[in-house]
Design a protein around this ligand. Structure first.
Ligand SMILES: [Zn+2]
Length: 342
C-alpha cells in the first residue's frame, strides 16, 4: 500500500476514533444515565445522607458530623461505580414483577437461600437490592467493630445510597422507565424532576433513630412498600397524559448549556398533586432508614467509641483508591470505544 494511503488510513482511523470519543463524551454530558437505569437525582441522594446524620445519637454525632461533607458528596459513589465495577449495577434495584404476583412470598429473604432456589445469574440479572442491603449492613457493622474510620465512612455513604434506591417505586419493576407502557422518562420524572421542583417544601425532619431488630425483614418491607407504590405512579401518569394538552406536557430547559426536553412545570405540578406526597414520603422514609441502619450497625458492633477516630477518616490511602477507581473508569471507557471502532 502506498505510504500516503497508509497515512490517510491511519489519520482516518484516528479522526474516526476522536469523533467517536467526542460523540460518546457528548452523549454522557447530555444524558448521563441514558444507557442504564436512572437514579434518584444526585441531589436527593446527597440530601438523604446528609439529613440522616442529624438523627444520630450523641455518641455517633462527632464522628459523623466531622465527616458530613464526605458522606454527602459520596452518596452518589455507587452510581459512579456502575460504569466501572462489574457486579455494581444490580445492587440498585430489583425487578420484582419478573417473579410474578407473589414474588415477595417466593423470593427467599437471605442471599444464600435465594441463590440455591433461583440461581445467581438470574438473581443478578433482575437486581439484588434487598440482599445487597443486608450485605452492606453486615460490612458496615464489621467496619464499626474494627473501628476502621475510612471504611466506616465509605460503607455508610454506600449504604445510604442503596437504602434510598430501595425506596424508589420504579426500582422494583422491570418496567423501570415506563418503556413497556409507552411512558418512557417516567423514572427520572419521579425521582429527579419532581424532587428538584418540589423538595424544598418537603418536611424531611425526623427524630432520633430506632434500632432495627431484623434488618432482613426491614429491607424486604421497604422493597414491598416501594413496589406497592409503583402502580399509582404508572396509573396517574397515564391518566394525566390522557387528559392533558399534549403540546403542554413537555417543555425545553437549558441544562449545562444543553437544551433538554423535560416534563413541563404544569404537568409536573399536576402529577405531583396526584401522587399526594408520595415522593416526599419515600424520601423521608429513606432518611429515616439510613439513620436507623447506621445506628443499628453501630449498636450491633458493640457501640465502639467513635470520637477518637473522628479525625482519621479521609486518609491519603482513601484518596489514592478513589483516584485509581476513576482512572480505571476512564481506561475502560477508552478501551471499550477503541475496540468497538475496529
Ligand atoms: Zn443507585
Amino acid at each position: 500500500m502506498p505510504v500516503t494511503n497508509v497515512l490517510k488510513n491511519k489519520s482516518g482511523k484516528i479522526i474516526f476514533f476522536l469523533k467517536s470519543l467526542c460523540f460518546f463524551l457528548l452523549l454522557s454530558i447530555i444524558s448521563p444515565v441514558s444507557a442504564m437505569k436512572p437514579e434518584w437525582g444526585f441531589w436527593a441522594h446527597r440530601r438523604i445522607n446528609r439529613l440522616a446524620v442529624f438523627r444520630l445519637p450523641a455518641e455517633m454525632q462527632v464522628f459523623f458530623k466531622t465527616n458530613i461533607d464526605f458522606l454527602t458528596e459520596n452518596a452518589v459513589n455507587p452510581d459512579r461505580r456502575r460504569y466501572a465495577v462489574v457486579g455494581e449495577a444490580e445492587r440498585h434495584f430489583i425487578d420484582l414483577d419478573v417473579y410474578g404476583d407473589s414474588a415477595l412470598h417466593i423470593l427467599p429473604r437471605y442471599w444464600k437461600d435465594a441463590v440455591a432456589k433461583i440461581g445467581e445469574d438470574s438473581l443478578r440479572k433482575h437486581g439484588i437490592v434487598p440482599w445487597h442491603l443486608q450485605t452492606a449492613a453486615f460490612q458496615l457493622t464489621e467496619a464499626f467493630r474494627t473501628k476502621d474510620a475510612s471504611k466506616i465512612l465509605r460503607l455508610s455513604a454506600d449504604l445510604g445510597h442503596y437504602v434510598a434506591d430501595a425506596h424508589v417505586p420504579l426500582h422494583t419493576t422491570r418496567n423501570y422507565n415506563g418503556q413497556l407502557t409507552k411512558q418512557e422518562g417516567i423514572h427520572a420524572f419521579w425521582e429527579s424532576r419532581l424532587p428538584e421542583l418540589f423538595a424544598d417544601d418537603y418536611n424531611l425532619w425526623i427524630g432520633e433513630p430506632h434500632y432495627i431488630e431484623d434488618v432482613s425483614k426491614e429491607v424486604w418491607r421497604i422493597v414491598a412498600e416501594s413496589h406497592a407504590a409503583s402502580d399509582s405512579v404508572f396509573l396517574f401518569e397515564k391518566q394525566l397524559t390522557e387528559s392533558f394538552d399534549p403540546d403542554k406536557k413537555y417543555s425545553y430547559e437549558l441544562r449545562n448549556n444543553v437544551l433538554t426536553r423535560t416534563y413541563s412545570r404544569e404537568f409536573s405540578e399536576r402529577f405531583h398533586d396526584m401522587l399526594k406526597g408520595q415522593v416526599e414520603r419515600r424520601m423521608k422514609a429513606s432518611v429515616a432508614i439510613v439513620g436507623d441502619l447506621w445506628y443499628t450497625c453501630w449498636i450491633n458492633a458493640g457501640q465502639p467509641n467513635l470520637d477518637e477516630i473522628a479525625g482519621l477518616a479521609t486518609t491519603i490511602a482513601d484518596k489514592k483508591e478513589e483516584a485509581a477507581e476513576q482512572q480505571s473508569w476512564l481506561q475502560r471507557l477508552l478501551k471499550v470505544r477503541s475496540e468497538s471502532d475496529n
